[in-house]
Write a new protein. Structure first.
Length: 181
């Protein structure tokens, strides 16, 4: 379905910029015709999440303290893919870095927008299968705990609120709808 955009941008001003994000403030006319401001966070990477599933129906979660939340978070392996990088290459890299797993098969499950009211960030979710174990290659900024568990248990964690990252929750629920786990 094609829709005309009712928002009108009068001007844009860069507020902040670093290697990962930029923030701008737009002067706008909203759909009701009123003037106002709108803040937009633009990401310089795309988010890539990987759901590793072995032949026995197990998956792997990674746990770490997330600075922005000041909380410990259980998540699927994930990371940022610089614009222009092959998404599948990023999925393979993040899976290996965080869990030590290498996938013989990757399947793109979904594309999503992580918080489309304030950001243009795109997220991609891959299912990784035909897994083999190697050594992890954690980055300096990562203090990760790796946990292997039944996929069903990870889905239950998403349902109970023990996993709160939006992309991870969506990914796990997608697998549940597909009849996995």
């Amino acid at each position: 379905m094609d829709h005309n955009n009712p928002w009108k941008t009068l001007s844009s001003k860069a507020i902040y910029d670093n290697p990962w994000i930029s923030v701008r403030e737009d002067q706008v006319i909203n759909p009701a015709g009123g003037e106002g401001i709108y803040g937009v966070v633009s990401f310089k990477t795309r988010s890539v999440t990987v759901i590793p599933v072995d032949d026995a129906g197990n998956t792997w979660l990674v746990g770490q303290t997330r600075y922005a939340l000041n909380e410990y978070s259980w998540e699927l392996p994930m990371g940022g893919s610089p614009l222009g990088e092959d998404l599948e290459a990023c999925a393979r890299r993040e899976l290996k870095e965080e869990t030590g797993l290498v996938a013989g098969r990757l399947q793109l499950l979904m594309k999503m927008h992580t918080s489309n009211s304030v950001t243009n960030e795109e997220g991609y979710v891959y299912l990784a299968q035909q897994l083999s174990q190697q050594e992890t290659e954690h980055e300096d900024t990562e203090d990760i705990t790796v946990r292997k568990l039944p996929l069903r248990e990870a889905i239950d964690m998403a349902m109970s609120g023990d996993i709160t990252d939006a992309q991870c929750v969506a990914a796990l629920l997608r697998l549940r709808v597909m009849g996995l786990g």
